[in-house]
Design a protein around this ligand. Structure first.
Ligand code: ADP
Ligand code: MG
Length: 708
């Protein structure tokens, strides 16, 4: 042990009581290699050893419970197929509890003493029709009393193998206890400066580690958890912010200092409406960024329909005034197409060349576009991720806009930067799915954020209703009514890969049912799904856009971006099968014009608790940020699109849906430190500097942006 200057780096097998064989088990089963790993494998819960339940009050399938009583009986019972088990009965003041062991009973025969008082601990299940505790931990009450000080026992995540190799909870508690008791302050260098500990009332790193495993009371447990959560997030922030600073030093962009003809002419003569105050503010923020020679990396968040496109367009015009090219990348062909058309229309009569490039643009046409792009004849190019391909070469790309950011990974975002040799484009990413603040701080903590929190004037709040199948006749009647007023209607069906065939059948059935109520002599219905050829799909879309058809039956292909202001009703079939953000996105397809719009969520009667809550949230609010928070709470961050690969979300304790205050505190202080002492040179920041150096050594990917 003496050879290891850093006690925490001691390989696990050298710990007293572990050895090579058990060390191997730790490594293989739990990926625990060192003392550091071991004491950073925190308990996922605790057993409150001060609390005893009564037999009469415990329920089946509840959490682990602890009871106290007399062991009345313990015997071996011969079951079917020669299999035997051991059974016992415990009595407390309220009744009798069956105990059962399917293995290990022979050994217990030797140590259990019938007639004595025991503390039993385990889960209650039903066995042979009786409340039973299977495989309880048994401890003689007279033994237990000697360990008077204990209040909470840690419970660690474990595996079968760990138990088989003699590394059960009891043994692990013992190992951890002896390690933690033996640690001195110098073994666990404090990595949060004193002034921060005091200001934020955080306990020391050593105390936190000791208390998180063996709290003596609730207060210690809470203090330890808070401290560790803070530390986790603080260092994520340091990583992101340091990356941001390094990136600003490494990459140069062209400063857009001119506001010229393109911008002014469009703003004065061409724009169809006045910007909302939120849009104005965001345009100002972007202009300030673009005037710098350092790269802009800005995230623009705004709910569906809040008017992000115009902000993107104005930014591009500003770029054009400064003699560079722009690109705008969308996640789907349909959305790219729509952006292309609306931007081309908006710029009609101005001397600006706009081009469109996706995977479906092929042959001579593609060749021409690539050529015009590389010699600068094209000013703005709009497309899908086809724009990232190596064959796409710009003359001087100055601004790249990425719409619906959450669908692109960090790497894809970064690959746009390498499109130019000497300078990198400014980057504006836009997302229509508001991201909960805590998630944004984590995933986009290295970006500057602008928020459009105001809808254009004159919009009526969309009314959202939840209807069951039995209400279908009313829904059909309502559809007739709206169509009679000249409005159009979407009917959306779920489509997921696993049940694609069935889903498509549902869509087809739904379409045919609608034909009965809306006969072809009088009405026109479009049908669109991902399995159709792009050409047919576009044709059907087009028929809806130009009002030839009144109803559009579709799968979620219409989720993103489609803009038909005359459509005022969104009917979502099997709404219980959609995620919250998807429902919100779909709803955002209506309410784009001046008419009162409706969203009708159709569902069956059988709803899970979660689906019920999703639907209730939709009915309750139209606010995308509120919905994003609810989504995070219901699903957890791991399921939110695009977050899986980042590695930034691998928190041991932190919970994005609950720990906003800690996260805010950590981010704010990290921001301040990075502003005042970016290189961590001041004495008071030495603890941070040293810890960052350690983390960098451990994690080669410390900075995702520094790959080149
Ligand atoms: P999103 O933020 O979802 O991308 P869009 O940019 O597509 O929203 O804008 C939605 C609709 O609102 C478009 O028809 C757009 O022309 C219109 N719009 C945007 N800003 C304003 C505004 N300030 N006043 C009136 N209409 C606006
Ligand atoms: Mg949009």
């Amino acid at each position: 042990m003496a050879n290891y200057e850093d006690k925490l780096e001691l390989p696990i097998e050298y710990v007293k009581g572990i050895g090579p064989a058990k060390g191997e088990t730790f490594r293989k089963e739990l990926n625990i290699h060192t003392v550091y790993d071991l004491i950073h494998s925190f308990p996922f819960r605790y057993v409150d050893r001060t609390k005893f339940h009564l037999v009469s009050e415990v329920r089946e399938d509840s959490d682990f419970v602890q009871l106290k009583g007399r062991l009345l009986k313990f015997e071996k019972i011969k079951g079917k197929n020669n299999r035997s088990r051991h059974q016992g009965v415990l009595q407390d003041s309220s009744g009798f509890l069956e105990l059962v062991w399917f293995q290990g009973g022979n050994w217990l025969e030797k140590i259990l003493q019938v007639g004595e008082a025991y503390i039993v601990f385990g889960k209650i299940t039903e066995f042979n029709g009786k409340k039973t505790m299977a495989h309880p931990e048994m401890e003689l009450l007279s033994d237990a009393i000697q360990i008077a000080s204990r209040t909470f026992d840690p419970v660690y995540s474990s595996t079968e193998k760990m138990n088989a190799k003699g590394l059960d909870q009891k043994v692990r508690r013992k190992i951890n206890r002896s390690i933690l008791d033996g640690l001195q302050p110098q073994d666990v260098p404090e990595n949060i400066p004193d002034y921060m500990l005091q200001k934020l009332r955080l306990c020391s790193r050593l105390s936190a580690l000791q208390w998180i495993h063996f709290p003596e009371n609730e207060a210690q447990k809470v203090a330890a958890i808070n401290r560790i959560k803070f530390e986790e997030f603080f260092y994520v922030q340091m990583r992101l912010l340091q990356g941001k600073i390094l990136r600003k030093q490494k990459f140069r962009s062209l400063p857009f200092t001119l506001v010229g003809d393109n911008f002014h002419r469009f703003y004065k003569d061409k724009m169809q409406f006045d910007l909302t105050n939120a849009q104005k503010r965001v345009v100002r923020e972007i202009r300030a960024d673009l005037a710098q020679a350092t790269q802009m990396n800005r995230l623009l968040q705004g709910d569906v329909g809040s008017g992000k496109t115009i902000v993107a367009l104005l930014s591009m015009l500003l770029a054009l005034d400064n003699g560079v090219q722009c690109c705008m990348m969308a996640p789907t062909e349909i959305l790219a197409q729509q952006h292309f058309e609306s931007i081309q229309k908006a710029l009609d009569g101005m001397d600006i060349q706009v081009a469109f490039l996706t995977g479906s643009v092929k042959g001579k046409k593609r060749q021409q576009i690539l050529e015009d792009l590389s010699n600068g004849l094209i000013h703005i190019i709009i497309g899908t991720h086809a724009l990232i391909e190596d064959t796409v070469v710009f003359k001087n790309l100055g601004l790249a806009i990425v719409d619906e950011q959450h669908r692109f990974g960090v790497a894809q975002r970064a690959s746009l930067w390498y499109k130019n040799g000497s300078f990198v484009p400014h980057i504006l990413v836009m997302t229509a799915t508001p991201i909960p603040r805590t998630l944004a701080m984590t995933l986009y903590g290295d970006l500057d954020v602008s928020i459009i929190d105001e809808l254009p004037p004159g919009r009526k709040e969309i009314q959202t209703l939840h209807k069951y199948e039995t209400a279908r006749p009313q829904v059909i009647a309502f559809m007739h009514q709206e169509i009679a007023k000249g409005r159009q209607i979407y009917v959306v069906y779920p489509l997921i890969e696993e049940s694609e065939k069935l889903d498509l059948q549902n869509l087809q059935d739904g379409y045919e049912r609608l034909l009965q109520y809306f006969p072809l002599e009088e009405y026109q219905i479009s049908i669109v799904h991902g399995r159709m050829h792009a050409k047919d799909k576009d044709m059907e879309m087009q028929r809806f856009v130009n009002k030839t058809t009144q109803i559009m039956v579709a799968t979620t292909v219409i989720e993103v971006g489609v803009n038909v202001p005359n459509a005022s009703v969104m009917i979502i079939e099997n709404a219980e099968r959609f995620g919250l953000s998807q429902l919100h996105q779909l709803r955002g397809r209506v309410g784009r014009g001046a008419d009162q719009s409706y969203c009708i969520l159709m569902s069956g009667y059988k709803l899970s608790k979660e689906s019920r809550e999703r639907i209730a949230t939709m009915v309750r609010t139209n606010n995308g940020f509120e919905i994003a928070e609810a989504d995070l709470r219901l699903r957890g961050p791991g399921d939110i699109q695009g977050t899986q690969q980042s590695g930034l979300l691998d928190f041991k304790l932190l919970e994005l849906s609950k720990d906003r205050p800690i996260m805010d505190a950590a981010r704010n202080i990290a921001l301040r430190i990075m502003e005042n002492d970016p290189k961590l040179e001041r004495d008071i920041h030495q603890p941070i500097q040293q810890h960052v150096a350690k983390l960098m050594k451990k994690n080669k990917n410390w900075n995702v942006y520094m790959r080149s």
